[in-house]
Design a binder for this molecule. Sequence first.
Ligand code: SF4
Length: 145
Amino acid sequence: MPPKEIRKEYSNDSITVVWEPKYCIHSTKCLRALPGVFDFNARPWISVDAAAADDIANAVSQCPSGALHFERHDGGPAEEPQPEMTVTERPNGPLYVRGKIRVLSAEGDVLREDTRMVLCRCGQSANKPFCDGTHTRVGFRTDDN
Ligand code: SF4
């Protein structure tokens, strides 16, 4: 069964970070970029007071899946989509997509619009067409014949 749509917000006067766990593939990019702010073992797991808004915005922008986004309240630069859409193969993993993206169902319904997405390539995700990290558990290889 696909995961539920949940939207969580973490705010202070300068920035709001939005997290949608349904799309998080636990790539740990955010944790590695700013471990004082993003910590899966802490509650809440995002501490927006632990760094400057510019640094948090930079870390959020590295999230490949679009599970993280931010809104500035201090006049700082807003998120800008990459001008050209790119699709990048990940070794033994999914497809990273950046740009202005709209994913449609077979019936033509909009499943998601975003500027960053990770799409399933192993065929095993429970959240298709989005990656849910299952490729790691099933040992998906892109170099197999
Ligand atoms: S960078 Fe994005 S996809 Fe990776 S762990 Fe953080 S929220 Fe999840």
